[in-house]
Design a protein around this ligand. Structure first.
Ligand code: ARG
Length: 565
């Protein structure tokens, strides 16, 4: 849609012998005046030393002389100080909506296809999943779904944290308590990790011992490996259960430990490329750059006790992914606070001949805070486990009104998911946000329940049986009708922007705006007892398109549709 308008403006620029530029069409913030605006006259005014208003007027006059172009506009004018205001014709709007109806995926412009590995989730084995694990899972899953929708070849990897200090701590605890390998279960692990990590904070020699166990585990100690395999199995099962509840899934269930077999090859290549050097008995890769404003310390490849670290496994994992999938890009959906770590890893990867061509993107996310503005805690001061968060949310929603109590368990689970995910994904992922269960469970406001309610209510008045081959006529019947149609035209740009920025929030906001306009349409236009058959047919098609778009976008935000609410 936008491309067509762009090409009309471009044509008139050429006719007037202006240098062609990247044409930028913006959505008007005064929909009462026009649908879109072009502000390029200001840039051209600078380069040609003319008045922007005059330039705008010339462009408008040129377009007005072109009959073929003018069928697309109901109104086009230049207003001071130099904006070109564009109002689309009903014909133009409906032709594009008809293309959205006929073509696959709403006729959205697709980017070039690339192979992309996306690394998200990243839960740590043997530690219980808490609120902090929510964002990497759902922001990542949503970005993955957006990539797939945009025809990218995607490989998702959970990249479990399975070879860190927590393994040594938990193994030590199990040995101390004489727990037999076959008796290890999730309850034992959930209790043991907080206990051991607390003790290690107080007891330096215990911590050293646990580090040593971790190191020996990494070196292949047989007994520790047996414990490790069982811990991995038990913990993975529980992590999977939670991800299943959230409808988050992965192609690969690899972990840090899986990258170990690539370390010898990687080390060879690092030596060949002359990248490893010794510093304080450790092996490091210098990643500083002359232009750095603050110091970027070297990546520690092998610690002085010969252990490999977080940076090593990440570098080895890039190497592994290159060999196995040859990706164009690797995306990391990780806490913002790991920014420095990824700067080091990315720079090291760029130095290595076999991985230097892979584009690496750090997609950071902020923290979930409580209503007090501090990191989200339960009343007793603990970071809530995810299971408890789900339960609390369900109870809050059920208590909102009595009808909610009679919903089926599976609809309630769908709603819990919708509440949590929409609360999260509507925020720019880089920002912290306040998780307020009360507010986000409401059916009014910018919430998951509001959007689902709108969807279900609209779906109810959609005619069944009408199909995609039906076309809209050229008529638009009133302002609420027109606003809704214009919003649907913006879908292409919206999804492309969300894709480019890796920002599910762009889709979440669009979905909310679309819901508001759908409700306004609903209030104004009564579908029942409509005498006018043409109108009835048009509105049926329009509402079907609207609900199809909503459903598709909800799916990109990992939100399912309940049977009722
Ligand atoms: N396990 C890590 C953590 O909890 C996150 C993993 C992110 N991905 C990665 N390739 N490092 O902090």
């Amino acid at each position: 849609m936008i491309n067509k308008i762009k090409s009309i403006i471009e044509k008139s620029l050429n006719k007037l012998n202006f240098e062609s530029e990247e044409i930028n069409i913006i959505k008007s913030n005064r929909p009462d005046l026009c649908d879109y605006q072009w502000d390029g006259a200001f840039r051209l005014a600078k380069t040609t030393h003319q008045n922007p208003f005059e330039i705008g007027c010339q462009i408008v006059e040129t377009i007005k002389k072109d009959q073929e172009a003018m069928v697309n506009f109901a109104k086009i004018e230049c207003v001071k100080p130099g904006f070109v205001n564009l109002t689309l014709s009903d014909k133009f709007i409906n032709e594009f909506l008809n293309l959205m109806l006929q073509k696959p995926k709403f006729n959205i412009t697709m980017p070039k296809e690339e192979t992309i590995v996306i690394d998200y989730g990243g839960a740590n084995v043997a530690k219980p999943l808490h609120v902090g694990h929510l964002r990497p899972a759902i922001v990542g899953e949503s970005i993955k779904r957006i990539l797939k929708f945009m025809n990218q070849k995607v490989i998702s990897d959970v990249h479990l944290g399975d070879y860190g200090l927590q393994m040594g701590q938990v193994i030590k605890g199990l040995l101390e308590q004489n727990v037999a390998i076959e008796d290890i279960d999730i309850k034992i692990l959930d209790n043991l990790y907080p206990l051991m990590s607390g003790r290690c904070k107080e007891d330096e020699s215990l911590k050293k011992e646990c580090s040593l166990i971790t190191k020996e585990l990494q070196d292949g100690n047989e007994l520790y490996q047996k414990y490790f395999q069982k811990i991995l199995e038990v913990s993975k099962k529980d992590i999977k259960r939670i991800y299943d509840y959230l409808d988050v899934s992965f192609d690969l269930w690899n972990g840090e430990s899986d990258s170990y077999k690539y370390i010898p090859q990687l080390t060879n290549e690092l030596f060949e490329n002359n990248l490893l050097k010794e510093s304080d008995h450790a092996m490091v890769i210098d990643v500083s750059q002359a232009t750095d404003k603050k110091e970027i310390p070297p990546l520690i490849y092998q610690a002085s006790n010969k252990a490999y670290l977080y940076g090593t496994t990440d570098l080895a994992t890039i190497y592994e992914r290159k060999l196995n999938y040859n990706p164009d890009k690797i995306l990391y959906v990780v806490d913002m606070r790991q920014n420095l770590h990824f700067t080091q890893v990315f720079r090291a990867s760029k130095k290595l001949s076999s991985t230097k061509d892979i584009e690496l993107e750090f997609l950071g996310f902020g923290t979930i805070n409580g209503t007090d503005g501090k990191p989200f805690k339960t009343r007793s001061g603990n970071t809530p486990k995810l299971d408890n968060l789900f339960l609390d949310t369900k109870n809050v929603f059920k208590n909102k009104k009595s009808e909610n109590q009679s919903l089926s368990e599976s609809d309630l689970d769908i709603l819990v998911n919708a509440i949590i995910k929409y609360a999260d994904l509507q925020n720019n992922r880089e920002k912290d946000y306040i998780f307020d269960i009360e507010k986000f469970s409401d059916v009014v406001g910018k919430t998951g329940p509001y959007i689902l309610y709108t969807y279900l209510r609209t779906k109810k008045i959609c005619p069944t049986g009408s199909n995609n081959v039906d076309n809209l006529s050229q008529t638009i019947y009133n302002i609420q009708d027109r606003d809704l149609r214009i919003k649907l035209l913006d879908l292409d740009q919206t999804i492309n922007y969300a894709f480019k920025m890796r920002m599910p929030s762009v889709i979440a906001t669009y979905l909310y705006d679309l819901s508001v306009l759908t409700n306004a349409f609903y209030e104004k236009n009564h579908m029942n007892n409509l005498e006018d058959q043409a109108k009835k047919q048009d509105w049926g098609i329009l509402l079907n398109l609207t609900t199809n778009v909503m459903k598709t976008l909800l799916d990109l935000l990992i939100i399912k549709i309940p049977t009722k609410m």
